[in-house]
Design a protein around this ligand. Structure first.
Ligand code: UN1
Length: 499
């Protein structure tokens, strides 16, 4: 399929793709895909005002009816799965199966949110006073700003949007400047769902395209009470304090530096498969990608031999080919950062396998790399940083406590895992004294989480939670109500104040 055919199949018209100031290139071959129109920062005030108008109407629509909109979105996504998945592949460079997987993740969260729309449960609380009833209720909170990253250009919006919508909130989405096309195609899918729904307020789901200037308006506006931002820790360290300074609620999903501990009892065949998918899947560009391997000394040599063998046979190339497992990095700057980081690793005592730029057998113009495996003498400075590329650092350990300490001794706290068949080790890893991450798995890699769980992490990962479990509470306003149905006015805590 030509690039033009992929764009057209995803519903993008010539007028969407030309005449604007934002150039979009495909990481597959560097081809210029479009010149997209950017939102004028001066228009952002109107965008936010429209969202506020929509909020006043949408908050009064019963939640199960709001869920109907998300159900229709899920239907439209099912119908458009192949085309949107192919566009993710074209704009981000994900292999075909992962492009489709991303759209499936959107469908899954829609299904989840539809059920949730009938389960926005509050509490009743025992009052200490006679003739009183206490309750906790959840209310819509207002427009939700979503700033998403290039690597999950549409799924992360859907985690936020599906929840925000059933919770009664409008959504304003600013995608990465690198991936406006998948966002525009998704917006069209959303518009089809809105048209079928019929009477949703105008301005309920808006898309703004452009750089940090328009993101900054969302970050600073007190009329956007929740701001969900996914991206680098550097970005989050700017966004978080600014949202809080105007008493907004940030939901931050930032860097990860995810580790796997491989214990002596591990099923090594399974571990190898999990390691390879975790470290090189999505060309190492997931926030959940596996970046550190902490292996028991007794099996280290065997595991490294198996991994170098597996790495040597990985098909690198055009992500549209069904046999490819590693597509390109997002751009040449990402490749330069990877190669620079490998130089640093060498200087810090690392022994690097692979990690070279690839030019043969791949489309010209893309930034293709061999994934790198780096044996490190210790957890040095470069290992403690997140590099958004397929670099896997390998370190050894003797005692489990030592492995857990190494796993936790990084600034990030997103995802983690252990491969072991020893129940004591597995439970220790999951215990209060174990992994300090938001996600901790046993005999599963750190990436590829299902939508049903709350997604996010601690420390520099930002502390936000999106997606499943009770993450919806982050998109609502909690209200505690005490109702007095007695004929007296007793005060709590036994306080007497008789007039
Ligand atoms: C991300 O990389 O920002 O757990 C999100 C995973 C995916 C989501 C990753 N479900 O790897």
């Amino acid at each position: 399929m030509t690039h033009a055919a992929t764009l057209a199949a995803a519903g993008l018209r010539a007028a969407d793709l030309a005449g604007g100031s934002l150039a979009v290139h495909s990481p597959i071959d560097g081809a210029h895909l479009a010149q997209v129109a950017e939102t004028d920062p001066a228009q952002m005030g109107q965008v936010i005002a429209r969202a506020q108008d929509a909020f006043r109407l949408w908050r009064e629509v019963p939640a199960p009816r709001r869920g109907e909109l998300v159900r229709l979105l899920g239907e439209e996504l099912r119908a458009a799965k192949a085309e949107l998945g192919a566009l993710v592949t074209l704009e981000v460079g994900k292999i075909t199966s992962e492009g489709l997987g991303e759209v499936q993740e959107m469908i899954d969260i829609c299904d989840f949110a539809v059920g949730l729309s009938r389960q926005l449960y509050g509490l009743t609380i025992a009052s200490e006073r006679p003739g009183h009833r206490m309750a906790e209720t959840w209310h819509p909170i207002g427009p939700v700003g979503v700033i998403s990253a290039f690597n999950f250009p549409v799924a992360v919006w859907s985690w936020n949007a599906a929840l925000a919508l059933v919770c009664g909130n409008p959504v304003i989405w600013k995608p990465s400047e690198k991936t406006p096309l998948t966002a525009m195609a998704t917006q069209k899918i959303m518009e089809r769902a809105l048209a079928r729904f019929g009477d949703a307020p105008e301005g309920l789901c808006q898309l703004v395209v452009g750089g940090p200037q328009i993101g900054a308006v969302l970050v600073d506006s007190p009329l956007v009470p929740v701001l969900s931002a996914t991206g680098s820790t550097r970005m989050g360290s700017i966004v978080g304090p600014r949202v809080m300074a105007r008493w907004g609620r940030p939901i931050l999903e930032l860097g990860g530096n995810n580790a796997m501990i491989v214990a002596p009892s591990a099923d090594l065949d399974m571990a190898v498969r999990a390691i390879v998918f975790g470290a090189v899947g999505t060309a190492g560009q997931r926030c959940t990608s596996l970046r550190r391997l902490i292996v028991h000394h007794s099996i280290r040599e065997d595991l490294v031999t198996r991994l170098t063998r597996a790495y040597a046979s990985l098909p690198i190339g055009d992500p549209r080919a069904t046999t490819t497992l590693i597509g390109p990095l997002i751009d040449h700057a990402a490749r330069d950062r990877m190669l620079g980081q490998l130089e640093r690793a060498r200087a810090e005592g690392g022994k690097v396998y692979g990690g070279r730029a690839v030019a043969a057998g791949v489309p010209q113009g893309g930034a293709y790399v061999e994934p790198a495996l780096v044996e490190m003498p210790a957890q040095t400075a470069c290992v403690r940083e997140e590099t958004f590329a397929p670099i896997l650092y390998v370190m050894g350990y003797d005692r489990l406590e030592e492995a857990i300490a190494l796993q936790n001794d990084v600034p990030q706290g997103l995802s983690s895992c252990i491969f072991t068949l020893d129940l004591r080790e597995a439970e220790t890893f999951l215990s209060a004294a174990g992994s300090d991450c938001g996600i901790a798995n046993v005999n599963i890699g750190p990436s590829g989480a299902e939508i049903g769980g709350a997604f996010g992490g601690e420390k520099e990962t930002g502390g936000g939670r999106e997606s499943g479990s009770d993450a919806w509470k982050g998109y609502m306003r909690r209200q505690t109500s005490t109702v007095n149905y007695s004929t007296r006015l007793p005060l709590a805590q036994g306080v007497r104040f008789d007039l």
